[in-house]
Ligand binder design. Structure first.
Ligand SMILES: Cc1cc2nc3c(=O)[nH]c(=O)nc-3n(C[C@H](O)[C@H](O)[C@H](O)COP(=O)(O)OP(=O)(O)OC[C@H]3O[C@@H](n4cnc5c(N)ncnc54)[C@H](O)[C@@H]3O)c2cc1C
Length: 398
């Protein structure tokens, strides 16, 4: 076998492991987990066993060492069946990638490689006090000798109460201003962590509830990057991988809703007319319009993912494409909402009943609210269009 064929065979094998994990867990349990608001730990275990929770991690730390394109493809394939697991996956890979980019070997060893790469991570950034301005913290770490203590009330954290570690953002001890931010890897089992309940319209299985950190001790070896490096980490660590992954999940939700709508409309027969629903032109118009929307996402995703890899390997800041990534997130969330609504329209009362179509409609709404919300994001895009700075850390005023 030639070198190229060998590489292709290995890639096929890696992807067949991903598909098997999705087929045997994610797809199977999505409905039940939504209904019961049950955290899908077994899905993440299956994805970890297949190696995919370490998709971007280096081989020497047990990862697959793959690309942003592969990560986004996995997020998309998971999102096809279950948005909740998709978001958990994205937050995990995002947290891991923040460690890949800003952590040291000891941290990679203990949080990424340990226990066969099965530890689950997430981001904990948003605070009640600053709402959707999730980059802006009021909480502040303090010192405990050479170590740290964190106190914070985080309003939303995906996988809260279930994560093995939180990539947590707060002001540095004695911060000189609001841009003086530090990141910590907080052990999920540390005393003082209290996760609140998660009851929501959609993505009901992902436990994105509030979480409180009360006098939580963090050893200095779990500070991520340098004290005060948080602003850079927000731009170049947290945001890029999160935005591409989030968009990919919503693309999956959109395609999943369309697939379900096509399956129903082309199989359900009106016996009085002896016609499928898809025999009506009006129904095909809806499906066609939805398909056009879905098709806009894949090439855009692949292009952005390739650019992220290029910047990463060149050691350049990935925030160079922050605005295009934000545009992709906005569009993907809107496409998911529009396609899920179209799927409900063409499937009538059938789609309205408990099941994957109404679930996609509820799940997709989260995409609009998740940071940066589509409202905030459009303002960023508009500002960049007319040459205004984002002024994320500007206090007061617009
Ligand atoms: C399912 C889900 C999962 C999440 N997971 C995580 C996570 O893992 N980690 C994490 O840290 N956070 C997470 N979040 C939080 C998320 O990123 C946002 O921070 C949060 O949804 C903001 O909600 P809020 O009610 O505080 O918004 P608010 O700030 O109160 O917003 C209310 C409304 O005002 C608008 N608005 C806010 N600011 C402006 C502005 N400057 N200009 C114009 N309009 C504005 C918003 O768009 C929205 O329409 C999650 C949220 C959801 C829904």
């Amino acid at each position: 076998m030639s070198k190229n064929n060998l590489a292709r065979a290995a890639e096929n094998d890696i992807y067949s492991r991903l598909d098997e994990a999705i087929e045997t867990t994610v797809k199977l349990y999505a409905g039940r987990n939504d209904l019961e608001g049950r955290f899908p730990r077994e899905n993440l275990q299956a994805l970890a066993a297949a190696g995919w929770t370490g998709v971007l991690n280096e081989l020497r730390f047990g990862g697959l060492g793959l690309s942003h394109g592969d990560f986004a493809e996995a997020a998309y394939r998971i999102g096809l069946h279950d948005a909740s697991t998709g978001l958990i996956y994205v937050m995990h890979v995002g947290a891991a990638q923040t460690i890949n980019l800003f952590g040291n070997d000891d941290q990679k060893e203990r949080w990424l490689k340990a226990k066969g790469g099965t530890l689950l991570g997430t981001y904990s950034t948003s605070e009640r006090a600053s709402g959707g301005h999730w980059w802006y913290n009021f909480s502040e770490a303090s010192r405990d000798g050479a170590n740290y203590v964190v106190n914070a009330e985080k309003s939303f954290t995906t996988s809260s109460g279930h994560a093995d570690f939180y990539v947590m953002q707060t002001r540095s001890p004695g911060a000189k201003d609001q841009t003086d931010i530090s990141f910590f890897i907080v052990d999920g089992k540390a005393p003082g962590i209290e996760a609140g309940p998660w009851e929501a319209l959609g993505v009901r299985a992902n436990h994105s509830g509030p979480i409180r950190y009360t006098d939580v001790k963090v050893p200095s070896r779990d500070r991520l990057g340098a004290e005060g490096q948080g602003k850079e980490i927000i731009y170049d660590g947290v945001s890029p991988v999160y935005l591409i992954g989030l968009g990919a999940v919503w693309e999956g939700v959109a395609r999943g809703a369309l697939n379900a709508a096509v399956a129903h409309t082309s199989s359900f027969v009106h016996k009085d007319k002896n016609k499928n629903l898809s025999d009506y032109q009006a129904i095909r118009q809806e499906l066609g319009a939805a398909k056009v929307l879905v098709e806009t996402l894949r090439p855009w995703r692949n292009e952005l993912a390739a650019k992220l890899d290029e910047l990463w390997h060149a050691g350049k800041p990935q925030s160079e494409i922050l605005i295009p990534l934000t545009e992709f997130k906005v569009h993907a969330a809107e496409v998911a909402n529009k396609v899920a609504a179209a799927a409900l329209t063409v499937t009538g009362g059938y789609g309205y009943r408990r099941g994957p179509i109404e679930r996609s409609f509820r799940d997709a709404r989260a995409g609009i609210a998740m940071g940066p919300s589509n409202v905030i994001a459009r303002d960023w895009i508009g500002k960049s269009l007319v040459g205004l700075p984002l002024e994320l850390f500007y206090e007061g005023g617009e």
